[in-house]
Ligand binder design. Structure first.
Ligand code: NOJ
Ligand code: CA
Length: 659
């Protein structure tokens, strides 16, 4: 290693006058200031005149390059105000408004910039450099700190470079040694904030780790040789972001992460369509069906026909079949999957034709087991095959360690996940990634990147202690701030009663499985609204939906919303979300382990309209989590509904305009 490190102002003798460099949000409430003297350049953030982030270090370490002593420092301002429309999303129209400050350091022909953007709902910065003469540089560390000015409450999962499928911790900030992002916090002064990143490309993910000085600092997922990233001499890092709001739901209603991404690179988006889907899936997690071929094989032609017929009869657009392709015997072994060869009892040509004739979207499923080299070698021919079958939707999976010692969230992983999105776009495939890299808003630029897992989803209820109502009341304020999640909600058979009737078939359930979903049926339904996903699954086996009156909700539901608002909520306690799609409104409410009653003014509805409200509520007179009452009444925007929820319960409402 050559001597020296690059600090943002390493070895430079310029001192920066603190007052000279600051930028405010358009509404003037958030102010970002840059201070310090070389080599320690710092930023700080004030909200409403009080410190949120105390002076915190900036910089990137690249051992091969050091700024000389002839550095000149300058800064420039700009601003932007505009609106844009997305092909799909929680909200179709997005307002984008920010003030920008670029701090430029140049020496010879080299330029290093820290670019700040301040929005009314938060702030962000990134590093940009242009270093002539360097084809490639090793990044060995990032110095970015997040030194919160006051002791605050935090909600996060641990920092882990392989998985996000972890439990939340609610901790005072001093007790957090490491955390993944989004890292959400609340100050005693009533400010809510969340640290994350935006536009993550060609770079490892950032987690937060407490450094020797006791400050939370960026820590990047390493490559096998310990280097964090190999980057070109001209590069732009992901944005480091802090969303800021005065209420917990204000964080959810922020579009800042999307606004920090570039406009769509896909010009014809007509093939990108949100949809509801069902699939051969839950049975494998319960252990009553198998991915491999055998007597309990799930993805058979016969089952496929049943699922396609059910979708066609129930206003569901897509069907997923896991275990359709050969190779599942190798899962957890050599991880060799065949991405085009179906098992003998799954007639792909017939199934694709059968689905097409009924107007149903067939999904392709690619579990890779983490065998990236083999998947990348097969990907073009596989995607061409799916396209020839009329398939537009692809679920990927990375359940297994990556070959070669690479971590899922390293630069190698980030590049792979992105490659899949871009190749998929070329074959008009929408992507739903499981065991993914975190969402950082790239759906604005690549709107075929629809949804992803990236947290403990429904599957954990089948073979572990499962997800509690507390967990589900935290999810919207942490993981979901980053973007859509394929949680796969909607298990109606809460105590797996059908499966339990034949208990010896439950082979795959781990020792921790409780054989029970830990929330009520009404809350399962509410999750279809609360947990936003443009590809929204009804995850149970269809026999548990057939004839069930509550399944009307999913039939009436529309995954293609154009307006959304988180209306009420506190982190880990409760949440109420409303969405509108094609003139209908859908409301989802959920509580933690405590029973709760909320008043919900319907003032978000169109004035001068009447709606039929179909209300799916916990039957609080019964201890049975499946007990539900379904009632209907006429309402207007002037009405207020009482949302009565059982412990671990919820409520879902469909509001249908009356002509
Ligand atoms: C884990 C995914 O989260 C799940 O949805 C999928 O069924 C299995 N891997 C198999 O691919
Ligand atoms: Ca998973």
């Amino acid at each position: 290693m050559k001597h020296g490190i690059l600090l943002v102002l390493s070895a430079c003798v310029v001192s920066v006058a603190a007052s000279a460099m600051s930028v405010k949000s358009p509404d003037g409430c958030i102010e970002v200031s840059v201070s310090g003297e070389a080599p320690r350049l710092m930023y700080s953030v004030d909200v409403d005149g009080s410190a949120l982030v105390a002076p915190s270090r900036l910089g990137v370490v690249m051992p091969r390059w050091t700024l000389g002593s002839d550095v000149s420092v300058s800064h420039s301002y700009s601003d932007y105000s505009g609106e844009w429309t997305q092909p799909w999303g929680e909200n179709r129209h997005i307002v984008e408004r920010y003030n920008e400050m670029a701090v430029n350091m140049s020496a010879g022909g080299a330029v290093f910039v820290v670019r700040f953007r301040v929005f009314d709902d938060g702030m962000a910065f990134r590093y940009e450099w242009s270093l002539p003469g360097f084809d490639v540089l090793a990044v060995t560390d990032e110095l970015t700190e997040f030194n919160m000015a006051s002791r605050c409450d935090t909600w996060s999962i641990p920092g882990n470079f392989e998985t996000y499928e972890l439990q939340y911790r609610h901790l005072p900030i001093d007790s957090v040694d490491n955390a993944n992002t989004p890292f959400t916090l609340a100050t005693a002064g009533g400010i809510y904030a969340s640290i994350h990143e935006a536009a993550l490309y060609d770079y490892p993910e950032m987690v937060l780790r407490r450094d020797g000085a006791g400050v939370l600092k960026a820590d990047l997922a390493p490559l096998p040789d310990g280097v964090k990233a190999y980057v070109p001499g001209r590069f732009v890092t992901p944005w480091r972001t802090i969303q800021i709001a005065r209420s917990a739901v204000g964080l959810i209603n922020s579009a800042m992460i999307l606004n920090l991404n570039e406009p769509s690179k896909i010009t014809d988006t007509s093939w990108i369509r949100p949809q509801k889907y069902i699939g051969i899936w839950w049975g494998m997690h319960l252990g009553t069906q198998t991915w491999t071929m055998g007597p309990r094989h799930g993805a058979t032609t016969e089952n496929a026909v049943k699922y396609i017929d059910f979708a066609a009869a129930n206003n569901i657009q897509g069907v997923l079949f896991e275990g359709w392709n050969q190779g599942w015997e190798n899962w957890g072994g050599n991880q060799h999957f065949d991405y085009v060869k179906a098992y003998d009892d799954f007639d792909m040509d017939f199934v694709a034709r059968y689905a097409r004739d009924r107007g149903i979207e067939l999904w392709a499923h690619n579990e890779t087991g983490g065998n990236i080299p083999e998947y990348e070698a097969a990907i073009d021919s596989a995607f061409a095959y799916y396209r020839s079958l009329g398939i537009h939707t692809l679920k990927t999976g990375y359940a297994g360690g990556f070959k070669g010692g690479y971590l899922h969230h390293s630069q190698y992983g980030v590049q792979h996940y992105q490659r899949v999105v871009e190749i998929a776009a070329g074959y008009q495939l929408m992507v739903d990634a499981h065991e993914p890299i975190k969402e950082t808003g790239i759906r604005r630029t690549w709107p075929n990147m629809m949804t992803r897992e990236g947290a403990r989803g429904m599957e954990w209820n089948a073979w572990s202690a499962g997800n509690t109502a507390d967990y589900l009341c935290t999810l919207p304020f942490v993981r979901l701030l980053s973007g859509p999640m394929d949680y796969t909600p909607g298990i109606f058979d809460i105590d797996y009663s059908r499966a339990k009737a034949d208990k010896e078939r439950l082979q795959w359930n781990g020792p921790n499985a409780d054989c029970c979903i830990k929330i009520t049926l009404a809350r399962q339904i509410a999750n279809w609204v609360i947990i936003y996903s443009p590809l929204q699954m009804a995850a149970d086996q269809i026999e548990n939906y057939e004839g069930h009156p509550a399944f009307r909700f999913f039939r009436d539901f529309n995954a293609d919303c154009d307006w959304s608002q988180a209306l009420q909520g506190e982190i880990g306690q409760y949440i109420v979300v409303a969405r509108r799609a094609a003139g209908r409104y859908f409301v989802g409410a959920g509580t933690d382990l405590h029973a709760r009653t909320l008043s919900l003014p319907l003032d978000f509805l169109e004035p001068d309209m009447t709606y039929e409200a179909v209300i799916y509520a916990d039957d609080t007179s019964s201890p049975d989590p499946e007990a539900i009452t379904i009632t209907s009444r006429t309402v207007t925007a002037a009405d207020t509904l009482q949302i009565v929820m059982a412990p671990s319960g919820g409520q879902a409402i469909t509001l249908i305009p009356q002509t």
